[in-house]
Design a protein around this ligand. Structure first.
Ligand code: UGA
Length: 444
């Protein structure tokens, strides 16, 4: 960027904000990341990413060294110096309903508005219920000092955990909601590199921009629940859902991605986003959409019950005092995030039914232990499967897929495996002497 390039601030340094701050610095901008959590800020300023995200630590260190990137809790001075302020704070599910909690978004937007000292653009990136941005505009108009020309626009983020750096630097699309000619030009400068590399830009109004984000997640969730519903039919009919998904995926209108049947979706986004959209759709009187999403959620949660039942069945109806080796705690591979993790949900449910559950995850052991301290944690696959009556593969880490079933079998008490992610070779495990069951796979 040129010498008169806009200076950026990023409010919130979680998965989204930390990645966005580092990626924008990597694109050459001067970036200040702001968070209210001193420990997070100290860690980032010291070059440590407080969560597991491949590639991010290297890029953080590199950009801190250039002097273009810094982190602070001092929102006043950060905002005073910035031209474009990205709001990247969380919108967790409310404790008492399906609605999103907008307290952090409102607090961050208020803080920016109050501390403005020059003309600026506030860019919402958090995932919010449709209609939020319009209300935030009113808030900004009330809170911003007189004489400052400030615009609030919406630019949703579509990054995946585990692939956050690549997704941020090379987005599938850039959605700009509610922009004027001036703010559109500013954001086209900010995203000049990805735009030049081919990322399409969609310019639209605020509600459409807000809805694109949640609709994308709702569609992905629907795709997963669709294949999981079909997996149930496959099991009953003796068909194989993994082969079926491959065959469906050859149709370019369908596509193979997000057709992996199994334990279903979890994490900090898909579950809360479909519930928030359900809630918002009902508020708006769009009950059909809410009904569809309700089914998607129910099918998804049912997969967890299904795997619990399979484990009970494998142990002859009761898991009391049985040893269960659980491989996987993260909600998906390549992250240490255990928010709404189906794997931990299943592990905890079996523990409650009296099983001795030992969990191993290559990255998420520590975060899992904090949330579920009563489960046992192993430091290796071998330790987790040792003496097991049944082994459950609940997160499809490459490490697990690369294990030699013939080597693992003698470590167990009974060589029984339930593949809840559809990634193991049934044939290879059966040949190695395992009793193999998979979701949506035919029995031997
Ligand atoms: C998701 C979206 O994919 C991102 O585009 C979006 O930006 C992000 O939410 C967000 O809203 O911030 P993420 O939560 O990182 O990203 O996870 P995904 O890769 O979408 O996976 C979600 C869950 O679906 C995982 O539990 C995964 O195991 C499960 N899944 C995925 C399946 O069960 N089957 C599949 O075929 C694919």
């Amino acid at each position: 960027p040129a010498g008169d390039a806009p200076r950026l601030t990023v409010l919130g340094t979680g998965y989204l904000g930390a990645t966005h701050a580092v990626a924008m610095a990597e694109l050459g901008f001067d970036v200040t990341g702001v968070d209210t959590d001193q420990a997070k800020v100290d860690a980032l300023q010291a070059g440590k990413v407080p969560f597991y995200e491949p590639g991010l630590p290297e890029l953080l260190e590199k950009n801190l060294a250039t002097g273009r990137l810094r982190f602070t809790t001092d929102v006043a001075s950060a905002v005073a110096q910035g031209d474009v302020h990205f709001v990247c704070v969380g919108t967790p599910q409310q404790r008492t309903s399906h609605a999103a909690n907008l307290a952090y978004v409102e607090a961050a937007t208020t803080a920016v508005a109050r501390h403005l000292t020059k003309d600026a653009v506030i860019v919402g990136k958090s995932t919010v219920p449709v209609g939020t941005a319009a209300r935030l505009r009113e808030l900004v108009a009330r809170e911003a000092p007189a004489g400052v020309d400030v615009e609030l626009v919406w630019n949703p983020e579509f990054l995946r955990e585990g692939k956050a750096v690549g997704d941020t630097l090379h987005p599938d699309r850039i959605v700009l909601g509610g922009v004027s000619a001036r703010s559109e030009a500013v954001l086209r400068t900010v995203y000049a590199t990805p735009i030049a590399e081919g990322s399409p830009v969609v310019v639209t109004d605020l509600p459409t921009a807000e809805l694109v984000k949640v609709s994308a997640n709702a569609f992905l969730a629907t795709k997963i629940s669709f294949i999981n519903a079909i997996a149930g039919v496959c099991e009953a009919a003796g068909a194989d859902v993994t082969v079926l998904a491959d065959a469906l995926g050859h149709d370019v209108r369908i596509g193979r991605q997000f057709l992996d049947a199994g334990l279903g979706f979890g994490g900090g986004c898909l579950p809360k986003d479909i519930r928030a959209l359900m809630h918002r759709a009902n508020e708006l009187g769009a009950h059909r959409a809410a009904g569809l999403l309700q089914q998607v959620d129910e099918i998804n949660m049912g997969q967890r019950e299904r795997v619990i039942d399979m484990a009970l069945e494998a142990c002859g109806g009761s898991v009391l005092n049985r040893r269960i080796g659980v491989l996987g705690a993260a909600f998906k591979p390549l992250t240490d995030d255990v928010r709404d993790s189906p794997a931990l949900n299943v592990a905890a449910a079996l523990h409650l039914r009296g099983a001795q559950v030992t969990v191993y995850d290559p990255e998420a052991g520590d975060t899992a232990r904090r949330l579920f301290p009563t489960l046992s944690y192993a430091t290796s696959v071998d330790e987790a499967v040792e003496g097991a009556d049944v082994v459950l593969v609940l997160t499809e880490w490459d490490q697990f897929l690369g294990e030699d079933p013939a080597r693992l079998a003698p470590l167990t008490h009974r060589a029984r495996v339930i593949d809840a992610r559809g990634k193991l070779s049934a044939e290879a495990w059966r040949t190695a002497g395992w009793d193999f069951t998979g979701l949506g796979r035919a029995a031997a």
